[in-house]
Design a protein. Structure first.
Length: 71
């Protein structure tokens, strides 16, 4: 695929996702009593990722500390 087409398609996808997330949070998207707020779910997913990232760094530091104690 042409590099300019790849950049254009990627930009369209990113802008599309941003617009869908904004529209779902600005307006009430409710279907069968279920609220579709994609911005909120993305924020919750991001917070979970940050939590697991910090947790894994802590575990890595503990393992490195135990390894240094053994030597």
């Amino acid at each position: 695929m042409n590099k300019w087409v790849e950049l254009l398609v990627g930009l369209i996808f990113v802008i599309g996702v941003i617009l869908i997330a904004w529209a779902s949070s600005a307006y009430n998207w409710i279907l069968f009593g279920k609220d579709f707020n994609f911005l909120h779910s993305a924020w919750v997913f991001f917070k979970g990722g940050v939590f697991w990232f910090v947790m894994m760094i802590g575990i890595l530091l503990i393992i490195l500390g135990i390894n240094d104690l053994r030597e």
